[in-house]
Design a protein around this ligand. Structure first.
Ligand SMILES: [Zn+2]
Length: 454
């Protein structure tokens, strides 16, 4: 993920919920997303139909959200709606009263709704997203860029995991990638095609997404995982060459994580323009980067960063954006570790030195901050350097402190322990302490929780 201004709304929402975090510690033990308790409900499943109009740059959608009520008395519930306009909210056949607050949808629940039960709510909406959904009419492309609530009414917070059944309606002739497993498509009477994807493993909604375009396709294999490469400006042969290292990346990260890749398919997708982003089960990279990969086979860092997110970010997710370094510092460090495996120790050392220098520039100008980042609302360039480069550099320091054996065993224990969960920095610290038998309080106090003066 390369964060953008567009994410600030959901980040702000996550920050607001921070105050309740400590009280929620036991909820995650019970298998309920920590902050769900403060929301009063847990989202179990989304079933959505999205109709993007690529030419008009608009979207219409319907989502059926299955929730489990957690609070004793719950009169209203709220979802994130970005800048979408809500047309109707229904409970089966009967309409529910709703209110459109800034970026939020508040729904009044019937008194009959009881705790512990699951309920479904149907929501119709439309909009002309300025971000979150990228329309490229001249290329017949449309793809998502993180801010999920700009195209799907949902809980747009990293601690809330749910499954997704997504139908995407598009003109014929486009290839689509979505989360999880592709299901049989269907042609509508008007000629449009309904593409269908199902995500069976609960993931955070910022990892929901899709990309559609006139893509060429190449395929590869990693164990029983179906690996695919999509892009419009490269031929199928060139896609295969550009992404040649992907199965090796998956194998390497599986070994480092101690957890096999969680899904049956992984897709590297080249779209018109993006800084690079991970979704669950696929990544989106730019056409320009695809050409760079083809010309310079050693330029795999960004592709490896996005593959690494399938474990650190997607499988083990920061509980809120204050712990974002657990996603981004990890992916940045793991890409360097992949370069070490692929090209030798000197490549790793170069990556770590680059991270150290970029962090050092920020520190020298007084811009250092703790890694547990208190104000990830409108991040500056130096804030990103803290989360990405300082984060990677601190993991390197931890590797040096513990030694390779203890460090990588700790990473495996941490990843296995928290697979499928949302975590805080303390969870990571504890896992590394238990695994190594070392007291890491001084290390974390210095490198993670404090900033260094210039
Ligand atoms: Zn990232």
């Amino acid at each position: 993920m390369q964060p953008t201004r567009a994410r600030s709304a959901l980040i702000a929402a996550a920050l607001l919920a921070m105050a309740t975090l400590l009280a929620m510690a036991t909820a995650s033990e019970a298998g309920i997303d920590a902050l769900s308790t403060s929301r009063g409900f847990d989202v179990v499943h989304y079933e959505a139909t999205i109709e993007p109009n690529i030419t008009a740059k608009t979207v219409a959608g319907h989502v059926r959200i299955r929730i489990r009520l957690l609070a004793q008395r719950q009169e209203t519930i709220e979802f994130d709606r970005g800048e979408l306009t809500i047309d109707a909210v229904n409970d089966g056949a009967s309409p529910l009263t709703f209110e459109q607050l800034p970026r939020r949808l508040r729904i009044r629940l019937p008194a009959s709704r009881t705790r512990g039960k699951t309920h479904t709510i149907d929501i119709d909406y439309h909009g002309a997203p300025r971000f979150g959904l990228q329309f490229v009419p001249e290329r017949s492309q449309v793809y998502t860029i993180f801010s999920t609530s700009q195209w799907l009414v949902c809980i747009d917070a990293p601690d809330e995991r749910a499954t997704l059944d997504l139908r995407i309606v598009l003109p014929a002739g486009l290839r689509v990638v979505g989360n999880g497993k592709p299901l049989a498509g269907q042609r509508r009477a008007d000629g449009d095609v309904i593409h269908r994807w199902r995500q069976d493993r609960p993931v955070s909604s910022y990892l929901f997404g899709f990309a559609a375009g006139k893509f060429a396709e190449a395929t590869a294999r990693h164990r029983s995982v179906d690996v695919r490469y999509l892009g419009e400006t490269l031929t199928s042969d060139d896609l295969g060459r550009a992404f040649h290292d992907t199965p090796d990346m998956m194998k390497f990260f599986e070994e480092r994580a101690g957890v096999p890749y969680a899904a049956g398919r992984y897709t590297q997708t080249l779209v018109a323009s993006t800084a690079g982003q991970e979704a669950d089960g696929f990544a989106m990279l730019s056409d320009a980067y695809g050409r760079t990969l083809l010309d310079t086979p050693t330029a795999v860092t960004l592709a490896a960063h996005e593959v690494a997110h399938q474990w650190w970010g997607n499988l083990v997710t920061c509980r809120d954006w204050t712990h974002f370094w657990l996603n981004e510092g990890f992916a940045t460090f793991m890409a360097a570790a992949y370069n070490e495996h692929r090209f030798g120790r000197a490549a790793y050392d170069r990556d770590i030195e680059t991270a150290r220098m970029r962090y050092e520039q920020v520190r020298q100008t007084g811009g250092d901050k703790p890694l547990v980042f208190p104000s990830w609302d409108r991040p500056t360039a130096s804030d990103r350097t803290i989360v990405y480069q300082k984060g990677a550099y601190v993991l390197h320091q931890l590797r040096e402190t513990l030694g390779d054996g203890a460090f990588w065993k700790g990473i495996r224990d941490y990843t296995r322990r928290y697979a499928g969960q949302s975590v805080t920095t303390e969870d990571f610290k504890r896992a590394m302490e238990v695994s190594s038998g070392k007291d890491l309080r001084a290390f974390f106090a210095k490198w993670v929780y404090l900033s260094q003066s210039p």
